[in-house]
Design a protein around this ligand. Structure first.
Ligand code: HEC
Ligand code: HEC
Length: 333
């Protein structure tokens, strides 16, 4: 009898192990929790409910969706959708760094925009939001969003999007969609040894070790450094820039919002006239200088809410700014 029980429990436990074996397709969150990591506050929003996920996708990309009452919901913002400023794809080849140079190459390779906000891909895997200079500059406004993703979503819906707060069902849908964009183990490019360790870790010490190791494979927040636009000497402007790279930035970033029919009345294209205008505004010291506008952004005005977000150093490097200027100078003749 005893033997039967032992054999049975052995069979059962190996079955359990087999079924719980992590693969590269396994959700990172699940693995972290299994290894003893703290459950994220937003974990309760994780779901496979495809209706909810689709609603979330539509809210994020179109601002509205079919509500649970069967009617088309009210637009979240009159001016923006989330994807005007955020990608919904992976955008960094190396998840351990926030590097705008490698990100731009990656954007070209995968034909995705190059935007001022960070991607929603892996958003649920971060542990802090609105970091560094956002906290320093905006203080109390962003503090509640710093450790709580749901608060970051609320903050950005109202402040960044210049729209209304999400209703409870909309928040659930957006978070369900965010979980659909969570990291899988394959995103982390683990060694086969690490993968094996996850599967074999038994003691809490072993689990802790592999947990620490896993977390070295990605950044758990997106760093943000604001740049003071120092007026560049007229003769130096764009001198070290690469106009070809600048053109890519102009098209994959600036024109995402400034092309006709997009979010602003200030319409730009890659025709000479528009580039001439920008060229004539490169070195103005006023707030109209292209350098200043890109680094500081613009403000929402009463009655005219679309504004331009600032580009932090992690979203546009100093060299990339010069590349953009080189392009404007070359084509704006
Ligand atoms: C006009 C531009 C803009 C729009 C529209 C916008 N955001 Fe943002 N959002 C930003 C910027 C800029 C940040 C700053 C932090 C970052 O992403 O690097 C940010 C930050 C966030 C963060 C925290 C990211 C982090 O890692 O720190 C979340 C979450 C977020 N936005 C969600 C949303 C959602 C949801 C919507 C749509 C309802 C939205 N945003 C619309 C520009 C925008
Ligand atoms: C997320 C959307 C967005 C992106 C990306 C963006 N802009 Fe803007 N930009 C705006 C909005 C909105 C305004 C406000 C002006 C308006 O609508 O009249 C603006 C204003 C400007 C202005 C000032 C117009 C004026 O005279 O007041 C300049 C210059 C400008 N942007 C250049 C750029 C450049 C260069 C880039 C790329 C590096 C860029 N923008 C990227 C949305 C954007």
């Amino acid at each position: 009898m005893k033997l039967i029980i032992i054999t049975l429990s052995f069979i059962l436990s190996s079955f359990y192990l087999l079924n719980n074996k992590v693969t590269t397709e396994t959700s990172l969150t699940e693995v972290l929790i299994k290894l003893g990591d703290k459950t994220p506050l937003h974990y309760k929003y994780k779901t496979n409910d495809t209706v909810l996920i689709r609603q979330g996708f539509e809210i994020v990309t179109k601002g509205r969706t079919i509500a649970p009452n069967g009617k088309l919901s009210k637009r979240q913002s009159k001016y923006f959708v989330c994807t005007d400023c955020h990608n919904i794809f992976r955008e960094d080849p190396d998840l351990t760094q926030s590097n705008p140079d490698t990100r731009l190459d990656y954007a070209v390779k995968h034909d995705i925009p190059f935007l001022p906000g960070t991607t929603f891909y892996g958003m649920v895997n971060r542990e802090h939001w609105y970091n560094d200079d956002y906290v320093k500059k905006y203080g109390a406004l962003v503090v509640p969003a710093h450790d709580t993703l749901v608060n970051a979503v609320h903050l950005c819906s109202v402040e960044c999007s210049q729209g209304r707060a999400l209703e409870a069902w909309e928040l659930k849908a957006v978070m369900a969609y965010f979980y659909n964009l969570e990291y899988k183990l394959k995103d982390l490019e683990l060694t086969s040894r690490e993968l094996q360790q996850i599967n074999t870790a038994q003691t809490s010490k072993e689990k802790k070790e592999i947990l620490t190791q896993l977390k070295k494979h990605y950044l758990n927040y997106s760093p943000a450094t604001f740049v003071d636009p120092i007026p560049v000497d007229k003769r130096e402007m764009g001198k070290n820039g690469d106009a070809a790279k600048g053109e890519i930035i102009y098209k994959r970033s600036c024109l995402q919002c400034h092309a006709e029919g997009r979010v602003t009345n200030f319409i730009l294209s890659d025709n000479t006239l528009d580039l001439k205008f920008l060229k004539s505004h490169l070195d103005k010291d006023s707030h109209k200088s292209v350098y200043t506008i890109v680094r500081k952004g613009t403000y929402a005005l009463p009655g005219y809410r679309p504004y331009m977000p600032n580009y932090t150093l992690q979203r546009l490097s100093r060299k990339q700014m010069e590349d953009l200027v080189a392009f404007i100078q070359k084509e704006g003749n």
